[in-house]
Structure formats: structure tokens, C-alpha cells
Design a protein around this ligand. Structure first.
Ligand code: COS
Length: 386
């Protein structure tokens, strides 16, 4: 699946224009009000951002992974809260249905997800199951043609906006093999949402807990119709999500570097621009080189991702997605840190963008698998291959 190169370059230019003309000027507003305005969400729907990764037959744009990464890089040029509005529809919310769903599930849900009419969240994490996702406790008990779901999900991105969840629950014994993935409409009786989480950064993104108390979900809502496959679906979704996050990290690194260069050009000390001092140039150079390395990894890995059959797992690609996620998200942390350093005292003041981007990028090393989980995946694969 991919968009022809001419149409793709038109799409990319219109996304770039939208970001520069509409989103960048609103960054302060989003930071102050902790909310992405409705007219922006609607404009994002019109451009097709919610359906980037969904095939044209379901009303999406049908980008390849490499193309999706290029758009994610562009979305990294502005406050990450904007991307987050469409992020779960593009990635972790929708991809399980696309990869493993039945034809009926795809036909029923994907067009609404692609248009943004339905916001879909990914509900895997629980209070006691984060990195150890296979230990999740939310239970699904069979009752006739339904399952009764009970449990709690934590830090669920877009839950306050969601019309449905791709939700992992235990329908059988312990471990990964006992987990099923369900499509759960958010308006079912027994679902309640916690208070919106107050976070370190990324103001304007919405996360909260989701509680389930005997929520009656038809058997037909198990993704793919077969129980016990949910953990693998979640892992496949995360492989893809990790590449998307990597591209986003590179985009944000570029934005921070540009902010930093602009500051180094206009700030004068000791009678000259600080950017003319070699110690400052060294920091800029390290950031540029690391960004180049990270973006090269994203492109190489996305190319391999596109080369394998869609929805199938290639452990080598999974491992490289983890390498890429680990490197790029750590890299943007270092770029942000140097950005603050070059800004000096101004870098600690909220008025300057680097202060908030520094906080915003901290999340990238945590969600969709911490750096340490990526290390485990890489290490395990290396030992298995040997
Ligand atoms: N694609 C497809 N299948 C995969 C897979 C992948 N990328 N990774 C693992 N699997 C399969 C394994 O092949 C195994 O199947 P079999 O039992 O048939 O052999 C099964 O899933 C269990 O795998 P494994 O034994 O490796 O699972 P572990 O419990 O050891 O944990 C980690 C695996 C740690 C990698 C997983 O729990 C993880 O990614 N944790 C982080 C979760 C995360 O990112 N959370 C963020 C929340 S979403 S924002």
C-alpha cells in the first residue's frame, strides 16, 4: 500500500502549509488552555490526517509506512498535542483492526476511523501491567454470545474523546496466549472514565483511566473473531507505532534545533553572536549529526517494514523498529537538552519554546515501550538469532 509519489508530494506540501499557517501560531493557545480547538480538529479531518494509514478502499489515504513516517516528521514540527488528536486513529487504535480484523469489522469501523468521525483509543496499559503487558488483568468472561469485561485501563490516550477502544482483556489462562483484543464502543453501559490526567508536558493531549464493570461486548467484537490472539495483535500494532513515534521524534528534534539555531543567531554575548562561538557550534553539530543518524534509521526501517507482507511479523523488522525507537527518542531528549543549554537562562523560561518542547519530548522515551523495553526486545532477538 502506498500513494503515488505525485499525489503524496501534494499531500505533504498541504500538511506543511497547514502546520506553518494554522498550528504553529496556535502553540501558545494550546499550552495555555490545555485544549486543541475544535476548528483545528475539523480541519485535520478535512485534510485526511485521521486516515493516513488506512487504505483508500476504507476511505483513508493509504500511505506506506515510509510515507506515514514523512508525514509524522512534519507533524513533529509543531506542538505534539496536535498530532496526538489523530495519533490513535492513524496508529495504535486502528491498526489492530486493519491487520487482524474480519472483513465485517474492517468495513464497519475503518471508514469512520479514517474520516475522524470515530476517535479510537488503544487500551492495553493497566495500573499493574505497563511494561509487562502480558500480565494484564482486565477479564473477559464468556456469557452466551457476549463477553462481560471488567477491569481498569490506565493513561489511555484520547480516552476522553474516544468513541471506541481497541481493548486487550484476558479471556483465558495466564500469559500472552490468554489475551484477546476487543473493539469496545465507548458508550456501552458499565464504562466510566477517570479524571483527565495532569501531565508534565504535551498540554492539549488527553489521557485518563477507563474503568469497565461487566461491560457486555458481543463475541463478534473480538478482533479477527478468534480469542487468544490479542497480545500478538497488540505487539504488531506497537511495532508500527514505534516507527511512527521515531519519525515524530526526528521531526521534533529538527524543530528544536531550528529554534536553537535562531536563538544562537540573535543572542549576543562577549560582543558577538553566541552561534559564532565554537562551543555553541559543537552542541548544534552534535544535534544535527544525531538527527541525521536517527532519520536515516527511520527511513531504512520503514523501507524494510513496507517490503514485508502487511500484518505479518518479521522479527528482524521488529528488532530494528525497537532500535530506531530507542535511538531517536533518546536522541530528541539530548537535542532538547542542548537546546535549553544554548538558550541559557532563557531556556528555563516558559516564554521560549524549548522549555516546553523539553518537557513534551520526555514522554517519547516512555510510551509505546520504554527505552528499557526496546533494549530487551533487541537483546532477546540477538540471542534468538545467534
Ligand atoms: N509481533 C508479533 N508477535 C509478537 C511480537 C511482535 N512484535 N512480539 C512478541 N510476539 C509474540 C511472541 O512470538 C510470543 O508468541 P508465542 O507464545 O506464540 O511464541 C508472544 O507474543 C509472547 O511474546 P514474549 O514471550 O516475547 O512476551 P513477553 O511477555 O516476554 O513480553 C514485551 C514482551 C516485553 C516485548 C512486551 O510485553 C512489550 O512490548 N511490553 C511493552 C508494552 C508497551 O509498549 N506498552 C506501551 C503501552 S501502549 S502506549
Amino acid at each position: 500500500m502506498s500513494l503515488d509519489s505525485e499525489t503524496f508530494s501534494l499531500l505533504k506540501s498541504s500538511v506543511q502549509r497547514f502546520i506553518q499557517q494554522r498550528l504553529v501560531p496556535l502553540e501558545n493557545h494550546v499550552e495555555e488552555h490545555d485544549e486543541v480547538p475544535d476548528d483545528i480538529v475539523n480541519a485535520m479531518k478535512e485534510i485526511g490526517l485521521f486516515g493516513l494509514s488506512i487504505p483508500e478502499e476504507y476511505g483513508g489515504i493509504g500511505l506506506s509506512m515510509a510515507q506515514e513516517c514523512e508525514v509524522a516528521y512534519e507533524l513533529g514540527q509543531t506542538a505534539l498535542a496536535f498530532r496526538s488528536v489523530a495519533g490513535t486513529n492513524i496508529g495504535i487504535g486502528s491498526q489492530g483492526i486493519l491487520m487482524d480484523g474480519t472483513p465485517e469489522q474492517k468495513a464497519q469501523y475503518l471508514p469512520k476511523i479514517a474520516s475522524g468521525e470515530l476517535i479510537i483509543s488503544f487500551a492495553l496499559t493497566e495500573p499493574d501491567a505497563g511494561s509487562d503487558a502480558a500480565s494484564l488483568k482486565t477479564r473477559g468472561v464468556k456469557d452466551g454470545d457476549d463477553y462481560l469485561l471488567s477491569g481498569g485501563k490506565r493513561y489511555i490516550t484520547n480516552a476522553p474523546r474516544a468513541g471506541a477502544f481497541t481493548l486487550m482483556a484476558r479471556t483465558d489462562g495466564p500469559g500472552a496466549g490468554g489475551i484477546s483484543a476487543f473493539i469496545v464502543p465507548a458508550n456501552l453501559p458499565g464504562i466510566t472514565l477517570g479524571k483527565p490526567d495532569k501531565k508534565m508536558g504535551q498540554r492539549g493531549t488527553k489521557t485518563c483511566d477507563v474503568m469497565l464493570d461487566n461491560v457486555r461486548v458481543p463475541v463478534a467484537n473480538i478482533i479477527g473473531g478468534v480469542p487468544g490472539k490479542g497480545f500478538k495483535t497488540a505487539m504488531k500494532v506497537l511495532d508500527r507505532g514505534r516507527l511512527h513515534v521515531s519519525a515524530l521524534a526526528c521531526g521534533m528534534a529538527n524543530r528544536i534545533l531550528q529554534e536553537t539555531i535562531a536563538y544562537a543567531q540573535q543572542r549576543k554575548q562577549f560582543g558577538q553572536r553566541i552561534g559564532d562561538f565554537q562551543l555553541v557550534q559543537a552542541m548544534l553539530a552534535d544535534s544535527q549529526a544525531e538527527l541525521f543518524a536517527g532519520w536515516s534509521m527511520v527511513q531504512a526501517c520503514a523501507g524494510r517494514y513496507d517490503a514485508k507482507p502487511f500484518g505479518q511479523t518479521d522479527p528482524d523488522v521488529s528488532m530494528r523498529a525497537s532500535c530506531t525507537k530507542m535511538f531517536t527518542t533518546e536522541m530528541v531528549g539530548r537535542v532538547a537538552d542542548r537546546g535549553v543549554q544554548v538558550h541559557g537562562g532563557a531556556g528555563y523560561i516558559n516564554e521560549y519554546k524549548v522549555e516546553r518542547f523539553y518537557r513534551d519530548v520526555r514522554l517519547l522515551r516512555l510510551y509505546e515501550g520504554t527505552t528499557q523495553i526496546q533494549q530487551l526486545i533487541i537483546g532477546k532477538n540477538l540471542m534468538r538469532q545467534a
